[in-house]
Ligand binder design. Structure first.
Ligand SMILES: [Zn+2]
Length: 127
């Protein structure tokens, strides 16, 4: 994510999932954009969301070509739909359960993992 995404990482460091939001029309925007895709406004801010989500689609990675993830296989990457707005989704790992437990439609909640010196938002199965 570019420097536009810095507040996203700053939020994660505080233990908050924050998403860019248009100050004029209220639309949530992810990934962050320089202007609102709905109304064109450049007045954009970041605000916390509930941290709840639903697995919309996912892949189980058995062979990673990303060096940092080589020792973590198998792991799950997913698009997580957020309840704050239809079509709003984030790309994240699903952790805390076996990959075979992950199903489309599974309710999840955000959690944070320290990785390479920064907090990364992951999602885990809701209890
Ligand atoms: Zn807008």
């Amino acid at each position: 994510m570019s420097e536009l995404g810095q507040p996203y990482w700053d939020g994660a460091a505080r233990g908050e999932l924050v998403i860019q939001r248009c100050c004029d029309c209220g639309r949530w925007i992810h990934f962050p954009e320089p202007a609102c895709p709905s109304c064109g406004s450049g007045r954009l801010d970041f605000a916390p969301v509930s941290g709840d989500g639903t697995v919309e689609t996912f892949s189980v990675i058995y062979r990673s070509f990303v060096a940092d993830f080589a020792g973590r296989t198998p792991y799950v990457i997913a698009w997580i739909g957020l309840p704050e707005q239809a079509g709003l989704r984030v790309f994240a790992n699903v952790t805390g359960c076996e990959p075979s437990e992950v199903v489309i439609g599974m309710p999840v909640e955000v959690c944070f993992e320290q990785r390479d010196g920064r907090a990364v938002p992951n999602f885990r199965k809701k209890p």
